[in-house]
Ligand binder design. Structure first.
Ligand code: PLP
Length: 244
């Protein structure tokens, strides 16, 4: 059960997040409208995710396909008009190819396209489903072996192949800073992602206008380096869940 107090806390957190992102935009000389907040719901049950959407956060991100399915179904039950879904869903974590068919129809954006093999599967499914899906290419900017994503070299080599796949709209890049990186280090990584985008864009003629980078601990640095989407989790669930 969600008590009204919990709903109130979630609403306050959402308002604080808007204020913090606005401030970061102002500090970077950018307009708030240039940055979209993706509310990351992976820490919470569907009921709490629903409260966040009621508070006004209309773009939600999940990192595991099964959790996305569960929340998607829950939201459908809460929303009488199927033509007016309560929110849009982004997948921000790895998509296994055997889960793609069920997942794709639920997505407004696949932010974590991390291999050519997956792109080929998604492309053929998108054609089957007769949809054109927004995707972001996930980049492993530091070529860290423990991270998912395409290395800059792979992206440069494989971009023409990605571009040739029907059913995918290549909208930009997604990246995560190295775990534990301090603000300055994270900012350097985000700058490198933006520069890579500029290079790819110049070489391909694709706009690649979306840059999804920045989380609760480093969204200010990401916004300073041109992020157009920040993925906020922890910040939105303050006082709602306890981390231990
Ligand atoms: C969990 C997660 C986030 C949100 O991180 P917070 O630090 O909780 O804001 C953002 N992006 C991805 C890919 C994630 O898995």
């Amino acid at each position: 059960m969600i008590n009204s107090n919990m709903a109130e806390i979630i609403s306050q957190n959402w308002q604080s997040a808007i204020a913090a992102v606005s401030e970061a935009c102002a500090a970077a000389g950018r307009r708030y409208e240039e940055v979209t907040i993706v509310g990351v719901t992976k820490y919470v049950a569907p009921e709490l995710a629903w409260q966040l959407s009621c508070a006004g956060c209309k773009i939600l991100g999940e990192n595991r396909p099964q959790s996305l399915w569960e929340k998607y179904e829950y939201f459908k039950q809460q929303t009488p008009d199927a033509n007016e879904p309560a929110c849009q869903w982004h997948l921000i974590g790895h998509l296994q190819r055997n889960k793609a068919r069920r997942t794709l129809p639920m997505l407004s954006c696949l932010e974590s396209l991390d291999s050519l093999r997956l792109a080929e599967s998604v492309s053929s499914l998108a054609q089957d489903l007769n949809i054109e899906l927004d995707v972001l290419l996930e980049v492993n900017i530091t070529q860290d072996a423990s991270k998912t994503g395409l290395t800059p070299q792979e992206l440069q080599q494989q971009l023409p192949h990605f571009m040739s796949l029907p059913g995918l709209r290549l909208a930009g890049l997604m990246a995560m800073a190295t775990l534990g990186a301090n603000g300055d280090a994270a900012r350097c990584e985000f700058a490198a992602v933006r520069q890579l985008r500029d290079t790819l864009s110049a070489a391909s003629g694709l706009e690649l206008s979306k840059l999804s980078m920045g989380m609760s601990g480093d969204f200010r640095e990401a916004i300073a380096e041109g992020a157009t989407q920040v993925r906020l989790g922890t910040l939105l669930w303050d006082r709602v869940i306890t981390h231990d």
